[in-house]
Design a protein around this ligand. Structure first.
Ligand code: ADP
Length: 354
């Protein structure tokens, strides 16, 4: 108890000094003046000030001390009408008691609010960490799946008789590329966490798109998708992060492949296009799949929105934040007569937002 008391004092010495001085002044005034003058009600101010300590016990203790000082002062005061002195003393004690009670209530509510606030801060930190974990898992799962597929392919080429070293070498080359890409993604996330400024490379979107499509070549072929590209020859370079922009194209194309999983093989067509009007570049991924879900674009791009049984609902969210960080915007629309178009518009003279 003594230790707690000392701790209160050392935590906010000025507050307690002020409280002690004010109490002493009120006590003096109450003691030297007539019994008719109810100086003791001013202790109410002392109690209210003590709420600033943020300690219920401290407020309670101040209330008790104020009540005790009121009684002592009454006993020490020799002049004035004793009867009205008693009434005044009783009124003061009542005011002190009521104020102490209310002050403790206020402090309890404030403590609850403080607790809720820190809980909220903790929760949002947990959510950020969770979101980061989900996004790493999402971005890295694609290259890892590709590594496994190419590893299996390489094994098959090598165990065939005669072994096809040429094909096996190509599969191994793709494994190396995918592993590098996974490493780059993790590197970007790490620099994001460390608040390092993102790269400001000059990027040729045509090579970003063709590289992304090359990475998904196996999936496109395995799903019997007819792929077409319309990439304008005069695309101006954009400034930003090559890996991040490639991630967006990959996300859109993977979604398009998945959206076409349920339609007849001969109707599966994918058109990836890039056009420019000198001021901006528009990239679009057009599929003939099941079409966008019946939800607003805001909902579809929101975190954790998914209509897939094993989906995470992070791909579009991550894509949108990447494009917005590059000063652009994403869009989606139904494709005519079937499917969906997902795309983004980037200013050609871009500056990454910090
Ligand atoms: P996930 O792929 O894990 O579901 P995304 O954020 O990439 O997460 O996509 C969110 C949702 O948007 C998908 O579940 C799907 O309903 C819809 N969607 C995305 N791309 C397409 C598309 N090309 N065609 C139809 N729906 C799509």
């Amino acid at each position: 108890m003594r230790r707690e008391f000392l701790q209160y004092l050392t935590e906010a010495p000025l507050l307690w000094l002020g409280i002690a001085l004010l109490s002493a002044l009120i006590f003096l005034a109450d003691t030297v003046t007539d019994l008719e003058i109810a100086f003791a009600v001013l202790y109410v101010a002392v109690i209210l000030i003590s709420v600033r300590s943020g300690r219920q016990q401290a407020v309670f203790a101040v209330g008790i001390v104020c009540a005790a000082l009121t009684i002592i002062s009454y006993l020490l005061t020799r002049h004035g009408d004793t009867e009205s002195g008693m009434v005044n003393g009783a009124l003061s004690l009542l005011a002190i008691g009521a104020t102490t009670y209310l002050a403790i209530r206020i402090e309890t509510i404030e403590a609850g609010a403080r607790q809720a606030q820190s809980e909220l801060a903790r929760m949002s930190r947990i959510m950020i960490v969770g979101e980061l974990g989900t996004s790493i898992a999402h971005e890295v799962s694609q290259p890892i799946t590709a590594i496994a597929a190419n590893g299996n392919a390489a094994l098959r080429w090598l165990s065939a008789s005669p072994a096809d070293e040429q094909e096996a070498r190509q599969a191994l080359g793709r494994i190396v590329k995918d592993a590098e890409r996974a490493g780059e993604v993790i590197g970007r996330v790490r620099s994001l966490v460390a608040h390092a400024s993102p790269p400001q490379d000059r990027i040729d979107m045509t090579s970003v798109i063709t590289e992304a499509l090359a990475l998904l070549r196996n999936e496109i072929r395995a799903n019997h998708i007819h792929l077409r590209t319309e990439l304008a020859g005069d695309l101006p370079p954009v400034t930003g992060d090559r890996v991040q922009l490639q991630q967006v194209v990959l996300n859109f194309v993977i979604n398009a492949i998945e959206a076409m999983g349920g339609v007849d093989a001969e109707k599966r067509a994918l058109l990836v296009s890039a056009a420019t009007d000198a001021r901006k570049i528009t990239v679009s991924v057009r599929d003939t799949g099941i079409g966008p879900p019946a939800a607003s674009s805001g909902e579809i791009f929101a975190a954790f929105y998914t209509t897939k049984p094993g989906g995470m609902g992070m791909g579009l969210t991550i894509s949108r934040s990447i494009i917005e960080a590059h000063g652009g915007r994403v869009y989606m629309a139904p494709n005519f007569p079937h499917g969906a178009v997902f795309g983004f518009i980037l200013p050609s003279e871009m500056r990454m937002k910090r």
